[in-house]
Write a protein that binds this ligand. Sequence first.
Ligand code: AQP
Length: 336
Amino acid sequence: MNQKPRLFSGMQPSADSLQIGNYVGALVQWRNMQATHDAIFCVVDLHALTVPQDPALLRTQIRRTAAQYIAAGIDPSVSTLFVQSHVPAHAELAWVLNTITGFGEASRMTQFKDKASRGGTDAASLGLFAYPTLMAADILLYDTNDVPVGDDQKQHVELTRDLANRFNTRFGQTFVVPEPVILPEGARIYDLQNPIAKMSKSAISDSGVVWLLDEPAATAKKIRSAVTDAGREVRFDRGEKPGVSNLLTILSSFGGSSITALEETYVGRGYGDLKKDVAEAVVSVFEPIRSRALELLDDPGELDRILGVNADRANEIAEDTLATVYDRVGLLPRRR
Ligand code: AQP
């Protein structure tokens, strides 16, 4: 029997709702890859702790993120869907990986530089600095072959590969060396009010962010208020027309037509028509997902049960890998 390749991916529960970019750039790809992969999806709550969080809010956000994964089509009876902190081996393997990661090597990670520069590097936590080794642990615990990530995470997967190779060379073959599966540029969504910046859960202003769990009317209103560009022509041109290009990308992702086909449809029509169609397309896809997520959130006991069963499944694999790692580096096994 041919085993399917293993996939690992995750998102941070860093907001009450996921945004349209998380949906197009991650969830849609994850949902499709369930057919071809033995998939493991994680709500990476320990990663979210690398910047300050309100404890009560964070707890809610973790459940809400898991509910949105399921509502968007991640099937927890087919794939493994769990919360990172429910599998202690993530933090434990991250520690071992920290000990084989160079300070200079970690300092070169551009995401740390970006995120740390927002509040001043001195104020950044050690946790934020060590984010990439925790991510490496997430991936390496599960003998992962493929890691679907956005462009911005590619450097972290490269570090993961380096660490896996380094460990294997020093301590003997232990880790599968994973491959990044870089999502196509077409899957990148930009802020509706500032279409040269990536849309982000933790954007300073939420006026340009379309939330998966927003009321349909609010979603439509935000899209109708999106910034567009000078001129009237509906044409894809990221440099000259970032706002219109972003709307075309969204419509293409939600409606299935190619950007070129859409450009033809809008010859002689204005930005108003485009916005109206984008709003309709997004609302019709998000409405059922939102209802399903809210239904799941109405029964937190059942949601926690699903996450518990899945965490057991993840723990089984992760504990095995960690035991091998502890043994390879020379730690004494605990007698039970
Ligand atoms: N704008 C986007 N377009 C396409 N894909 C996107 N992703 C995020 N924003 C876009 C993809 O969603 C996943 C989320 O990963 P994450 O939660 O670990 O953090 P992130 O990439 O930093 O996403 P956010 O929404 O910007 O979160 P915050 O604000 O918390 O940092 C990834 O697969 C990412 O590629």
